[in-house]
Design a protein around this ligand. Structure first.
Ligand code: SAH
Length: 210
């Protein structure tokens, strides 16, 4: 099999499948994915799928990162919350689209790895903490956008409550078959919900499993 290049990732995996937001394409072009993966998988940097980053964890497929970012419709002034930092790749993409990204990772070594990766990549507008993302980051709320990259069986209510009015949340929901769901806060107590594509993420650990 042939390894994909960054150009091929943009053309064949993103543009050909409907990613057309120029800010998202720019962000995907500019973030060097190789900085976020272990040496032994580096030849696969721009392959069309998730990659293993050690101890059963993965870095998301480029298309899914771009798709979720495009749906969130991020503006340059936005404050975004990400649940599931992993290696920090998605956070680095979001950081090029938003003013600031807050990201929560439940596994300590990954939170530390992500901090190191983001520093190597020269990203300065991402804050990471090690915690269960179920309860969000109330001290930094409200957020213009919330993105979950681990799948809970239902949307944790604290995350909905930390959205601004008109804010959007995107999350993979479900146990075996997951669907991406887009929630928009219409008013203090009203939320709309739209079901999107089927996806496959690692399950959300901690409080969401109870
Ligand atoms: N955003 C990553 C994808 C990470 S995979 C990327 O850029 O590729 C999902 C991550 O969610 C894993 O690192 C996992 O440890 C983390 N996770 C699982 N449950 C969590 C929880 N309750 N709170 C925060 N992070 C969680």
């Amino acid at each position: 099999m042939m390894y994909a290049t960054r150009e091929e990732m943009i053309e064949n995996q993103l543009k050909a499948r409907g990613i057309k937001d120029s800010r998202v394409l720019d962000a995907m072009w500019n973030v060097d994915r190789s900085l976020f993966i272990p040496d032994d998988v580096k030849p696969h940097t721009y392959d069309d799928g998730p990659l293993p980053i050690g101890r059963g964890q993965t870095i998301s497929q480029p298309y899914i990162v771009a798709y979720m970012a495009q749906i969130l419709n991020i503006s340059p002034d936005d404050k975004i919350l990400e649940i599931g930092t992993g290696c920090g790749y998605n956070a680095a993409v979001l950081a090029r689209l938003a003013r600031h990204v807050y990201s929560i990772e439940i596994i300590e070594w990954l939170a530390e790895t992500a901090k190191g990766n983001l520093e190597k990549a020269g990203v300065t507008n991402v804050s990471i903490k090690q915690d269960d993302g179920y309860k969000g980051w109330p001290e930094k709320a409200p957020f213009d956008g919330v993105m979950l990259t681990a799948a809970p069986p239902f949307i944790p209510s604290p995350l909905k409550e930390q959205l601004k009015i008109c804010g959007r949340l995107i999350a993979p929901i479900g146990i075996t078959n997951q669907r991406l769901v887009l929630i928009e806060r219409k008013s203090e107590n009203e939320f709309s919900r739209e079901d999107l594509i089927l996806v496959s993420f690692v399950p959300m650990r901690g409080e969401a499993e109870k």
